[in-house]
Design a protein around this ligand. Structure first.
Ligand code: XIL
Length: 322
């Protein structure tokens, strides 16, 4: 029998996806699928700094507001992404000329204007995204260069001042394949927590692939949960072509392996205490929309829905893991 129940109805925590507002506006099949399968959404790009503050002090929340109202109409949660990142910066930031006070005010204004705009509309924010580098040091980005290492903690304080109720997350990738990076992320986060910096959760992006062992993924999820903070699998996709084979095709055997990987990951997450299960969000919906092929210049099929928005074996794997 065909299971007509949406993904989220199978789970006791929210199930979400990152949403492309161009597709949401223009593709009725996509829009209906999103409403049916998910009860949480993250904007893929439209809450990033280049979208929301394209010129200094000139805020543009139109696309993000469109997503928020879609979510409200369908009873879905909105997770905000991302206030402070080193990518998706508007040109005026990369060429910003000012002393450390001017930089500080510019960052604070950005965070607080955006958080205040969405107060009561988003339940949570990725406050800082990808601040740790592969070697476990703070990433040498413009924020670190102009504001010093405590820009991460101050960003959380600024967000909290603008909204006392919204949940604040530190979001990053690599927990499941790099012990060095994971340790650095956990030390950053627990350091903030112990100093009384407001932080509610950790986003594990989980851009992973079928060659990463199940036990490494499960161990990473457990280690992150051991902080006591909420855990969001925030950008899940499971690539099947990490070797960049330009001639690869998506065979039934590959579909089965991917489905198994999704199932075991979801099973590991499902075992966490309910109070720490913020939810699982896939990064994009259908394989044709995935950021992976254009970013890595290769064919890939990382998502639970195919290019026609039909459920793949991976969809069933997720349900089986719940
Ligand atoms: C990606 C989007 O999916 C792309 O559309 C965009 O061109 C670049 O950013 N980690 C993140 C996300 O935190 O914001 C990124 O999203 C993917 C990697």
């Amino acid at each position: 029998p065909i299971d007509t129940t949406g993904l989220y109805a199978h789970a006791h925590f929210p199930m979400g996806a990152s949403i492309n507002t161009n597709l949401l506006r223009n593709n009725a099949v996509y829009t209906a699928l999103v409403a049916k399968e998910f009860n949480s959404v993250t904007p893929e790009n439209v809450m990033k700094m280049d979208a929301t503050e394209p010129t200094q002090g000139n805020f543009n929340f139109g696309e993000a507001d469109y997503l928020v109202s879609f979510a409200q109409q369908h009873g879905m949660r909105v997770h905000g992404h991302a206030l402070v990142w080193y990518q998706a910066l508007p040109g005026w930031v990369t060429s910003f000329n000012g002393d450390s006070t001017a930089w500080e005010n510019m960052l604070k204004t950005h965070i607080q204007t955006e958080v205040a705009h969405f107060k009561g509309k988003v339940v949570s924010w990725d406050v800082v995204n990808e601040a740790i580098d592969e070697d476990g040091t703070l990433r040498n980005n413009i924020w670190l260069q102009h504001l010093g290492p405590d820009y991460v903690a101050r960003s959380f304080q600024y967000a909290r001042q603008a909204d006392p109720d919204v949940l604040l997350f530190y979001n990053d990738y690599g927990h499941e394949y790099s012990a060095v990076k994971r340790a650095a992320i956990l030390s950053l986060v627990t350091g903030m927590k112990n100093r009384g910096i407001p932080i509610d959760g950790i986003g594990m992006q989980m851009h992973t692939n079928t060659t990463v062992p199940d036990n490494a993924i499960a161990a990473a999820i457990t280690a992150v949960a051991n902080t006591g903070l909420k855990v969001h699998i925030s950008e899940l996709d499971i690539a099947v072509n990490p070797g960049n084979d330009q001639n690869m095709t998506f065979t039934p055997a590959i579909a089965t392996a991917q489905s198994q990987k999704y199932q075991n990951l979801v099973k590991a997450y499902n075992a966490l205490p309910a109070a720490q299960q913020f939810g699982i969000t896939t990064w994009d919906v259908g394989d044709a929309d995935s950021w992976i092929p254009p970013f890595y210049h290769r064919p890939d099929w990382p998502l639970p829905f195919d290019a026609s928005y039909k459920r793949k074996d991976a969809w069933q794997g997720i349900v089986n893991g719940l």
